[in-house]
Design a protein around this ligand. Structure first.
Ligand code: BGC
Length: 929
């Protein structure tokens, strides 16, 4: 038995993080037993664990998903800890010694904020020499530089992090990072910090243009405190002050949207003295951001010489990040790069980036150099290169930049296009989780749109461990809500947008923490965010007043849905579902989450209060939007989905209405940001997984595989971002790297793989395993490392209707497994462990591996062909719809004799039912599966 993944606040070896709570978690592997009986956490001030400062004792209640320790932490202290576990069969193990270290906490800074002349555009390098005369025991650097900073000791970068100190509402709080510089300091004697503009000192948001001023402040600022402990027990503190000097780099322009410019022929300028300035008003706080580092290094797949005469590099993958480019060109010559997501007519294209220039300029000093920008990033697959006479593939490497978030769930199927879709969704997350969960990484936006983050949350939780990453975003949200009376701005951090709020988007403040709790089982996020959740519900209540004011507030609606035609052509962005209805349903949803959270946190008065509010909201919804018999008066796919997802009214009517709506859309989706995440999930929950698969596997517009068919390597913003002929549909708002519709992966996990958390035992302590099969996928292998341990679900078709399934349930967990189309005799096979405890067709199991093979009780292969009896076809509403749509005179066929096949019935209409028509029918029947 082994104890692994020991974390504090969901971080391994957390150095210098803000710690409102101190939550310990771990996992047990390779145990004989099935669950933990006892655990004990010991914390020591020394790595030999001899200076114990906290001991939980052997405890039955220490939870491996999150045990909060009420120990008062000291600033700048490294704590060592172990966890010991005994299982139900008495085996024991102790973890290796772990550590975490606090930063300055409430300790005052000895360093001063310093700055330099902003009139000179060349970015400053603020530095100071350090003379080390004694043996160092340890050294730490505490630092924050604005807009962005890169710190060096000698020529060496102090850390592998990029774009520090990350993206916040800089008017409210600033993050400082802590680095262990013990080793570097022994070798190097100059500490220098290069400053850039970033989100703080550059232009930002969709109102800005390349000429716009800094989003927060046109200034360079730095605070740094180097604390050295010597072997002899003495301590030295070197803080920023006016003894620091400034030299100018050759970078003369940088910002997030437009790129970076450097001229290495610039002459050296005289040194300047750093100036002490007043500390910013924003609170300087320990970091919450997880590190942004370089991940994949993508080679060039092809050097393209386009019809327009350009040289374009293709990385084969739409990504977010920077690059390295090796160059040797004569002094004074300029390299000019531009970045884009797609080619048009074989030529470089970047119109969909709107005002973002996304470029890079470098003027050579004649030496061979490897270029790499410091203070920008691009969302790109293609790079247009000018100024390099002959470029080779090996000269350029794409560097993917995103937040360090451990990958978790991996899934593969027997369907190449579905696998590509899975890959696209994963890339979509990586590309948009760069410190802030953004809408897109390429155009003049790249902002923390709350709605997008909320819609994708469950998917992100399946494929990664994003608790720590999201904690920072939720803190950003808390900060903005505090200054806005509980309102959740559409964009977090607000980044100068100030556009108010809307339903679905603002509801992120309730949905995100609840989803994190559901997936990771650590309620500390709910405690931290409770006041913000409550403030949001109260904010809506204030607007709603006595007269449903929230319905009339501005809302985005079912954003980008296809069911609201625009008389001028195309569709209207708000979609066809009444916005007031969506607003009310999400008001109900947030209130419901708040009530559950209040109950969990033992805020009993609140729990009662919000239960009553919930009832009142539901009453209002039923009064306004439903017939007395419970039919939803808003007849859209999304409205019926909301009815089913939230159990608003008559569920049978809702189901019928949804299926009818789907049928009349030829089985295709019409949903936008609101309906899409629920679409396939709801279909599976009402027993219509075949229809969910039909939606998934549809290769025509609109659908997920339509994008894959057109060569997408990430998920698009619009269902028709690119038209069938490869042309970009519009330029106003059209990114090829928006993850919202990637939420289909949530369905793949919950239903295709069939692994879903049980909210009563959060963190996957208990799971519901209900795989839904499709012969078109052939097989599916899913491995899901959850907070509680690693689940597996595998299924494959061995032959027609014969399947084999295998599940792994981890230590400490239980599962309820529902086998798809299982013949009843199966449950009598008592020798199979899976069937030891079966209740109403559900197998209740503990940790272990389970396997079963059987013939499906109902065939999943094609139901109808033109050889099927006509009467059977016409009795099935979906099949009948296919026949009637393709052949309006089909009803006449009904008068044929009983038992005749469609083909036989059609014999009298040879001009209509041609061989080609028969093929088309077979194809459409096939798609119904
Ligand atoms: C963003 C979206 C966002 C939306 C608000 C867009 O510009 O890219 O994804 O949610 O605005 O409707």
């Amino acid at each position: 038995m082994k104890i692994v993944e020991c974390k504090v606040n969901h971080l391994k070896e957390a150095l210098g993080y803000h710690m409102k709570h101190t939550v310990f978690s771990w996992k047990v592997e390779n145990a004989q037993g099935v669950k933990q009986k006892m655990a004990r956490i010991c914390i020591s001030l020394t790595p030999d664990m001899n200076a114990i400062c906290f001991d939980t004792g052997e405890s039955e209640t220490s939870d491996s998903l999150g045990t909060t320790i009420g120990m008062k932490l000291r600033p700048r202290t490294r704590y060592y800890w172990t966890v010991w576990v005994r299982t139900d069969v008495g085996e024991e193990a102790i973890s290796e010694v772990q550590w975490f270290e606090t930063a300055k906490m409430e300790e005052p800074w000895e360093a001063k904020w310093i700055s330099c002349d902003r009139g000179e555009k060349r970015h400053p390098i603020v530095f100071r020499d350090i003379a080390i005369t004694k043996k160092i025991r340890c050294a730490r650097l505490y630092i924050c530089g604005l807009g962005l900073y890169e710190a060096y000791l000698g020529e060496k970068r102090i850390s592998q992090e990029y774009l520090t100190p990350y993206c916040n509402d800089y008017n409210e709080w600033l993050q400082y990072q802590t680095y262990d510089v013990t080793e570097l300091l022994e070798q190097e004697s100059q500490l220098s910090v290069l400053l850039g503009n970033g989100w703080y000192g550059g232009r930002l948001n969709y109102y800005s243009t390349p000429d716009s001023p800094a989003c927060y402040e046109d200034a360079w600022k730095l605070i740094a405190e180097l604390r050295i402990e010597y072997e002899d027990g003495s301590e030295e503190v070197i803080g920023t002050d006016n003894s620091w000097k400034v030299r100018r780099s050759s970078i003369y322009f940088s910002n997030i949207y437009d790129g970076e410019k450097e001229d290495t022929t610039f002459p050296e300028l005289p040194l300047e003295n750093a100036i002490i300035i007043e500390a910013p008003e924003a609170k300087l706080m320990e970091r919450l951001s997880t590190p942004v580092t370089i991940h994949e290094k993508l080679p060039v797949q092809e050097v393209i010489h386009t019809p327009a005469g350009e040289t374009v590099l293709d990385l084969g993958q739409n990504m977010t990040g920077t690059f390295q480019l090796r160059v040797k060109i004569p002094k004074g010559q300029k390299v000019y790069l531009q970045f884009g997501e797609i080619l048009q007519n074989g030529n470089f294209y970047r119109e969909n980036l709107r005002t973002a220039l996304a470029e890079y300029t470098w003027i050579s000093d004649g030496k061979e150099t490897v270029l790499q920008p410091h203070f920008t990033f691009y969302g790109y697959r293609y790079v247009k290169v000018a100024g390099i006479p002959k470029i080779h593939r090996e000269d350029f490497t794409g560097l993917c930049l995103y937040s360090d978030i451990p990958d978790t769930g991996h899934m593969i199927t027997g369907h190449a296009m579905v696998n590509q879709l899975i890959s696209n969704v994963r890339w979509g997350q990586k590309d948009n989780y760069l410190d802030v969960p953004t809408d897109c990484p390429q155009r003049d936006e790249r902002l923390g749109w709350t709605g997008d983050a909320q819609v994708f949350m469950a998917t992100a939780c399946f494929q990664s461990d994003c608790y720590a990453f999201m904690r920072k975003y939720l803190y950003d949200m808390e900060v903005e809500q505090k200054i806005s009376d509980g309102m959740v701005p559409n964009v977090i951090p607000i980044a100068g947008t100030d556009d108010g709020c809307a339903c679905v988007w603002g509801d992120a403040t309730c949905i995100i923490p609840w989803t994190l709790y559901e997936f990771y089982g650590d309620a500390s996020i709910l405690e931290e965010h409770y006041d913000s959740m409550k403030a949001w519900v109260e904010y809506i209540r204030g607007i709603d007043g006595e007269n449903h004011g929230w319905r009339r507030h501005f809302h985005f609606g079912d954003w980008l849905a296809l069911d609201h035609p625009n008389p001028a052509g195309g569709t209207q962005t708000a979609g066809g579902t009444d916005e007031g209805f969506i607003a009310d349903v999400y008001y109900l949803y947030s209130t419901r989450i708040l009530r559950k959270t209040a109950k969990l946190l033992e805020q009993d008065d609140d729990a009662w209060e919000y239960a009553a509010l919930e009832e009142q909201i539901l009453y209002g919804i039923l009064q306004e939007y439903f017939s007395p018999e419970g039919r939803c008066c808003i007849d859209t796919q999304t409205a019926h989905l909301l009815n089913l997802r939230f159990g608003l009214s008559n569920q049978e009517k809702a189901k019928e209405a949804l299926l009818a709506k789907l049928r009349y859309a030829d089985g295709k989706l019409q949903t936008g940001f609101v309906g899409t995440p629920f679409l396939c999930n709801v279909l599976s929950e009402i027993g219509e997984s075949k229809k969910a698969y039909r939606l998934l596997l549809n290769e025509e517009y609109p659908g997920w595989l339509y994008e894959v068919k057109l060569g997408a390597t990430t998920v698009w913003e619009r269902w028709n971002s690119v038209m069938e002929d490869g042309s970009v549909s519009s330029t106003g708002m059209n990114s090829l790297n928006h993850y919202a519709y990637g939420s289909i992966l949530e369905w793949m996990w919950r239903h295709a793989a069939g692994i879903a958390p049980d909210v009563k035992c959060p963190g996957f302590r208990k799971a519901h395993i209900t795989p839904k099969l499709s012969e078109k996928l052939g097989f599916l292998d899913a491995v899901l490392p959850t907070a509680a341990g690693t689940y597996e679900s595998h299924w494959k078709f061995l032959g027609k209707d014969e399947v084999e399934l295998q599940f792994v349930i981890p230590f400490g967990c239980t599962a309820e497994i529902t086998l798809p189309y299982a013949p009843p005799y199966l449950y009598e096979q008592k020798e199979n462990r899976l069937f030891a405890q079966v209740k109403n067709g559900i197998c209740i199991v503990k940790a272990g591996t389970y396997q079963v093979r059987y013939t499906l009780s109902e065939s999943l292969t094609q139901l109808y062909t033109v050889e099927s009896p006509m009467q059977e076809i016409m009795a099935d509403p979906d099949a009948r719809f296919v026949v009637e749509r393709l052949f309006p005179r089909a009803a006449e066929l009904m008068h044929r004799e009983n038992g005749q096949s469609l083909k036989e019935s059609a014999r009298n209409f040879p001009d209509v039912f041609t061989a080609e028509a028969m093929d088309r029918l077979n194809k459409e029947f096939n798609a119904l599966m």
